[in-house]
Ligand binder design. Structure first.
Ligand SMILES: *[C@@H]1O[C@H](CO)[C@@H](O)[C@H](O)[C@H]1NC(C)=O
Ligand SMILES: *[C@@H]1O[C@H](CO)[C@@H](O)[C@H](O)[C@H]1NC(C)=O
Ligand SMILES: *[C@@H]1O[C@H](CO)[C@@H](O)[C@H](O)[C@H]1NC(C)=O
Ligand SMILES: *[C@@H]1O[C@H](CO)[C@@H](O)[C@H](O)[C@H]1NC(C)=O
Ligand SMILES: *[C@@H]1O[C@H](CO)[C@@H](O)[C@H](O)[C@H]1NC(C)=O
Ligand SMILES: *[C@@H]1O[C@H](CO)[C@@H](O)[C@H](O)[C@H]1NC(C)=O
Length: 791
């Protein structure tokens, strides 16, 4: 009883919190009567649906000065937009949307000029309403939809919505620019459903990259997103071709939408409803096509812009520029790339082309549609020379003994881990152009000296003022950086980090060493950093901390989280890392939807490379001691990055690698921690093996909620499945994995080698990485638990 009364105060508070949004929602405009309007940029609630799930109104665009008239999910933090009226004509502040007294729905700017108007041909309009399914309707007196947003779709459809032949969805230009973009989904007159790129600004459709054909033609076909969240093409005789998976996520628990994203991928998304508790996010349950990088039309640039290349990450394309190329439009990732220094090859430079051009190598990259010459057999060196001597040649691909020469613009660029070729990117040496520029600068200075002494004086004064300012603004701490030479680590003041994290407000996660916070700091590509506060560090001398930090600071590998700097001030010890936008491998693997098999295998390979680097390739061997999915983070292209490495010594300066303090996490800890055996890098191999099984099966290593006891411990169960030849059970009949049977078996065998109880039987990380990549054969592993397990 006492407990209950104690708890009641927070309960009341909690209820207030619950009621608050309800109160707001209760002011919903369920019916929009004639003569009602909304003004862009003014306070006042949008027109919401009776349940409050959807809203119709204005949302500010990125510049905050113009507005989009749109419909959005109103009860989730994302406020995802599902329909918009004026994507290509942003509405300035104080624009007005009005359901006029004569029944027209008009968006006009502050000068009264019309920006958009619903196509209403009736004089019988009675009212308008935002419905609970996301449809905004204008109703007649006899309750017919005279106009509805569902029949004017933009890039999204919702359950309940149906497309007829001739209808299409079109992507937006970028994530934040709602003008019509480069891809469309359409239901053709003959009933064929297809996805294709279009040529901006004419919208001429290029070859489709996905289609469901109607055989024979069936102009009464429809694309139906039914109220259970299933998406299918329905033929006139009633037969159905599914576009979505046939597994339903209950509408009562999840919001659903299907969107053609700006990058051309058409995805079916689900989001837990707010009634299931706060949090959650959209996750793609199915994406079409599986790999948009493989678009291969005859015209156009492919998935990314010209000269760009595309890598696939979680079904989403990632466009990158070749070395010494830069994105054509910095705000538009699909705009393609251009050489930083134009190649501008001239015949008279070809006498000694080496002085003018050089190559940057890029492995696994190809632009399969840009060839104009092929040489075979040649050596790589000959390939380089051939390209150097040819003004057309912008890139040469060297694979086996073949040299392919390519000219600009490069199209359909792609990056593939299985491509054994190498792209030789020809670039103009800066030295071959900069001399002319320097001459110019000198000319200007001389010229202005010749002009007026007075102007020169002004210039001088201005420059010195700027210089003084710049000096003052420079953070004081930068002087201390020299303490840790050799690395380019930066030393931060505590105050700087306190400000960057807004007083350690936003927590990203908790680790074995303390809490990690999100911070804003102009470092790296995103201006975001992760600040780790080490609260359990033993107060050792300054030297100890700095030595450790400098060891971490000297690591450079694409599969490790990068350390930018540190703070060491009084009792405070903090580390500042690169921010990883896609969370941890744990949330990726064990989330709502099962990630693609290809991606999982790539992630496994990446982690093995990172570990191999820590064990064998950096100047001081680093044993991680706590490999698990929570300590693997995913960057913006879903590349795995190992975090939390190198900290073991900071925590327990004297006793690392002894049994007195077992490091690691239950389920992942190697057996030698419990036995009188030396602790070596093989403990990481063991943990990696357990994690590899988790990556293969998308389940946690210990799962008690699974009912069947024999499945509870993943390592045991995986070996059972392997021994009995039932790997399909291990991957829960994952179709992609089962289609790749050979790799699945290899990966499971590698994992079983890694979890051998006898450390000397476990392969090194280098060997593991070679085996995963298919470079060496994998023999059949013995039973990993020859002694009875001590767990
Ligand atoms: C909206 O208006 C119609 C017609 O006047 C009426 O039947 C309906 O009950 C109204 N709905 C709400 C929620 O007020
Ligand atoms: C409006 O509807 C009337 C009758 O339904 C029709 O005659 C007329 O052509 C329509 N106008 C437009 C512009 O669609
Ligand atoms: C969106 O992109 C188009 C084309 O580049 C541009 O004209 C327009 O101004 C952009 N709109 C916004 C709101 O940035
Ligand atoms: C949606 O379609 C599926 C398959 O055709 C059907 O089983 C289900 O009942 C449909 N749901 C609704 C609400 O119509
Ligand atoms: C319906 O028509 C499609 C072709 O449009 C055909 O493949 C299918 O077999 C037909 N189904 C039935 C039940 O007639
Ligand atoms: C490389 O090319 C040679 C000659 O064309 C061919 O015999 C050989 O099989 C190729 N090797 C690979 C790995 O493709």
């Amino acid at each position: 009883m006492a407990m209950a009364s104690k708890a009641s105060v927070p309960h009341i508070l909690f209820l207030c919190f619950l009621l608050f949004p309800l109160l707001v929602v209760s002011q919903t405009h369920s019916n929009v009567t004639l003569g009602t309007h909304l003004i862009a940029g003014e306070k006042g609630s949008p027109w919401t649906s009776p349940s409050g799930n959807f809203a119709f109104g204005f949302r500010p665009l990125e510049d905050q000065d113009s507005f989009l008239l749109c419909i959005w999910f109103n009860q989730i933090p994302d406020q995802t937009i599902v329909w918009y009226a004026n994507g290509d004509k942003p509405a300035p502040k104080k624009s007005k949307i009005e359901l006029t007294t004569d029944g027209q729905l008009v968006l006009s700017n502050p000068h009264g000029q019309e920006l958009w108007k619903a196509d209403i041909n009736s004089s019988h309009v009675s009212y308008a309403a935002m419905l609970d399914n996301g449809n905004f309707v204008v109703e007649s007196k006899d309750f017919n939809h005279i106009w509805e947003s569902f029949s004017q779709p933009t890039d999204t459809i919702l359950p309940g919505q149906i497309l007829q032949v001739g209808d299409n969805l079109f992507s937006r230009l970028t994530n934040t620019n709602y003008s019509r973009g480069r891809f469309q989904l359409r239901l053709l007159e003959d009933g064929t459903l297809e996805l294709n790129p279009v040529a901006l600004p004419s919208y001429f459709p290029y070859d489709p990259y996905f289609s469901i054909e109607a055989q024979p033609a069936d102009p009464r076909s429809r694309l139906v997103y039914n109220e259970s969240g299933l998406l299918y093409v329905q033929r006139s005789n009633g037969s159905i071709v599914y576009v979505s998976t046939t597994v339903v996520l209950p509408i009562a628990d999840f919001y659903h939408r299907a969107t053609i994203d700006f990058n051309g991928v058409f995805s079916l998304y689900a989001h837990p409803r707010p009634s299931r508790g706060s949090g959650g996010s959209w996750s793609a349950r199915k994406s079409i096509p599986l790999n948009i990088c493989l678009i291969n039309g005859d015209l156009g640039s492919g998935a990314c812009g010209f000269n760009s290349y595309c890598g696939i990450a979680n079904g989403m394309p990632n466009c990158e520029c070749p070395p010494e190329y830069t994105q054509s439009d910095p705000n538009d990732i699909l705009s393609g790339c251009k050489p930083k220094i134009p190649l501008a090859c001239k015949e008279d430079e070809l006498d000694s082309p080496e002085a003018v051009f050089e190559f940057k190598d890029l492995s696994g990259t190809d632009w399969p549609k840009a060839d104009y010459e092929r040489f075979e057999p040649v050596t790589e060196d000959e390939c380089r020379k051939l390209c150097l001597k040819d003004c057309y040649c912008a890139v040469a691909i060297y694979r086996n003994v073949t040299c392919w020469m390519k000219k600009l613009p490069l199209s359909n660029g792609r990056l593939s881990a299985s491509d054994t070729g190498k792209a030789l990117i020809k670039i103009r040496r800066a030295s071959s152009v900069s001399t002319k520029k320097k001459n110019k600068k000198i000319a200007i200075v001389v010229g202005s000296l010749g002009a007026s002494v007075f102007i020169n004086f002004l210039l001088l004064a201005a420059t010195s003022l700027i210089a003084i300012f710049a000096y003052k603004k420079r953070p004081k701490s930068s002087k201390q950086v020299s303490n840790i030479s050799e690395t380019n680590l930066r030393s931060f003041t505590y105050k700087e980090l306190e400000e960057a994290t807004n007083g350690f407000k936003e927590e990203l996660g908790k680790g074995a060493f303390g809490i990690v916070y999100k911070g804003h700091f102009p470092l790296g590509s995103q201006n975001l950093v992760a600040v780790k506060r080490l609260d359990k560090v033993v107060q050792e001398g300054e030297k100890e901390f700095k030595t450790e930090v400098s060891v971490i600071g000297q690591t450079h590998h694409k599969n490790l989280v990068r350390l930018f700097g540190f703070c060491e001030e009084g009792p405070h010890r903090l580390l500042v890392y690169e921010f990883m936008s896609n969370g941890s491998l744990a949330s990726f693997l064990f989330g709502l939807s099962r990630p693609h098999w290809d991606q999982r295998t790539q992630i496994a390979i990446g982690i093995s490379r990172g570990l191999c680097y820590l064990h064998e390739e950096c100047s001081t061997q680093i044993i991680h001691c706590d490999i698990k999915p929570q300590n693997i983070l995913l960057d913006d292209i879903f590349r795995p990055r190992i975090s939390d490495f190198g900290l073991a010594k900071l925590l327990m300066p004297d006793q690392v690698l002894t049994r007195t303090g077992i490091r690691g996490t239950k389920g992942y800890v190697a057996p030698e921690w419990f036995r009188s055996m030396p602790i070596t890098a093989k403990v990481d191999v063991y943990s990696f093996g357990v994690m590899l099984l988790e990556i293969i099966s998308c389940r946690r290593c210990v799962e008690t909620a699974w009912g069947a006891e024999e499945k509870a411990i993943l390592t045991d169960w995986a070996y059972d499945c392997y021994r009995e030849g039932k790997l399909e059970d291990l991957v829960e009949r994952d179709e992609e994995a089962m289609r790749d049977e050979k790799k699945l078996l290899t990966f499971v065998m590698i994992a079983i080698w890694c979890i051998q109880e006898d450390p000397s039987l476990r392969p090194t990380m280098k060997k593991v990485s070679q085996m995963l990549e298919g470079a060496v054969d994998v023999p059949h592993p013995p039973c990993p638990f020859p002694f009875s397990s001590i767990y």
